[in-house]
Ligand binder design. Structure first.
Ligand SMILES: Nc1ncnc2c1ncn2[C@@H]1O[C@H](COP(=O)(O)OP(=O)(O)OP(=O)(O)O)[C@@H](O)[C@H]1O
Ligand SMILES: [Mg+2]
Length: 317
């Protein structure tokens, strides 16, 4: 584990944003993309942290952690499902094949949980028994394992993500039945692989979001996979006991920052409270722990100023 002192040193080096002269830049909430010749996209994972759909500041080493966890998982699953990765030329950079992204995000859930307005648990607790076309039995409790994983797609590129079923997505003309079913099969395969690997490390992959794209007419997994930003992970050893008592699970995901904000009364409306050094350091430790637990490897912090290092790597592409 990286020392507190090393994380502290990084507080002022964290990467908030980039603006390099290396091709058209598209800025997402967490990543800055650069479109490169040859149908390539350089995904620069910054240290920005978002919650409640807002950018709230930076967490030291978050970008490196996310990029390297995604790289680990793409490598571990490449024989199961094709993906968009071309190379990882820097700890914060992944070069990928530019894909035609499907207009849906595919969320696979092995457990029923969540706290936000759109979460599966919130809907279920209010009486919904069909979630994105999936029929659920009565009597489920929060954090309960589902009989089998379910797919709960949301729309992408809309102001707010909207839950949608397979039939609605097809009747709205967002996707063909064939492509939807192929995508669903890919997602379940990935989730199965993720669940299996996570279990070896004492973790439960609770739910996760996939983005898929078409590359030369073929379906590939794109974006990031199985990272703490796109997934929930719980510790397996305490699951049963906490579930039996109805207590919150021990988590390994970005929930920490969300809960810190919520405890200060911020749930997405108005001005978010500024993240303190203490909360940034604690969040960094959690991201680093996530990296080490998920990959089974020590986290090696990249040295030096991030922005010039990343720029130099991009200029060589
Ligand atoms: N292979 C790919 N081809 C094209 N686009 C991709 C590929 N992989 C990821 N992307 C896109 O790159 C962006 C990554 O940036 P980031 O995750 O920060 O964005 P976001 O804020 O989650 O999403 P958005 O900006 O789309 O609302 C996303 O828009 C994602 O859909
Ligand atoms: Mg994203």
């Amino acid at each position: 584990m990286v020392s507190d002192a090393r994380i502290k040193l990084e507080l002022n080096n964290a990467l908030g944003g980039t603006d390099f002269a290396v091709g058209k830049r598209i800025s997402g909430k967490v990543r800055d993309s650069y479109l490169l010749p040859g149908g390539r996209r350089a995904l620069v994972t910054t240290d920005r942290v978002s919650a409640f759909d807002r950018i709230l500041g930076t967490i030291p080493f978050k970008g490196q952690v996310l990029n390297q966890i995604a790289a680990y998982w793409f490598e571990a699953t490449k024989d199961i499902v094709p993906n968009h990765v071309i190379s990882t030329p820097d700890p914060n950079v992944m070069v990928v094949a530019e894909c035609e992204q499907l207009p849906l995000e595919f969320i696979v859930r092995g457990y029923i949980t969540g706290v936000t307005e759109t979460s599966a648990w919130t809907n279920y607790a209010r009486g919904a028994r069909v979630i994105c076309g999936n029929k659920l039995p009565d009597g489920l409790r929060k954090d309960q394992k589902l009989e089998r994983p379910i797919l709960t797609p949301t729309t992408k590129h809309e102001v707010h993500d909207r839950n949608i079923s397979r039939d609605e997505a097809i009747s709205e003309g967002l996707i063909s039945p064939e492509l939807f079913d192929e995508a669903a099969a890919v997602c379940f395969k990935m989730f199965e692989a993720g669940t299996r690997e996570a279990a070896k490390r004492g973790l439960i992959l609770v739910d996760t979001k996939y983005e898929l794209g078409l590359l030369n007419g073929k379906l590939v997994v794109s974006d990031e996979i199985h990272t703490p930003d796109s997934s929930r992970y719980w510790y397996a050893d305490t699951y049963e006991e906490l579930f039996a008592k109805g207590e919150p699970q021990r988590k390994l995901d970005k929930e920490y920052v969300r809960e810190w904000l919520a405890a200060r009364g911020f749930r997405g409306e108005g001005e978010p409270p500024a993240l303190t050094d203490e909360v940034r350091i604690e969040a960094a430790k959690r991201y680093i722990t996530a990296y080490e637990l998920i990959t089974g490897r020590d986290f090696i912090p990249a040295e030096g100023a991030i922005a010039p290092r990343v720029e130099a790597a991009l200029k060589k592409l």
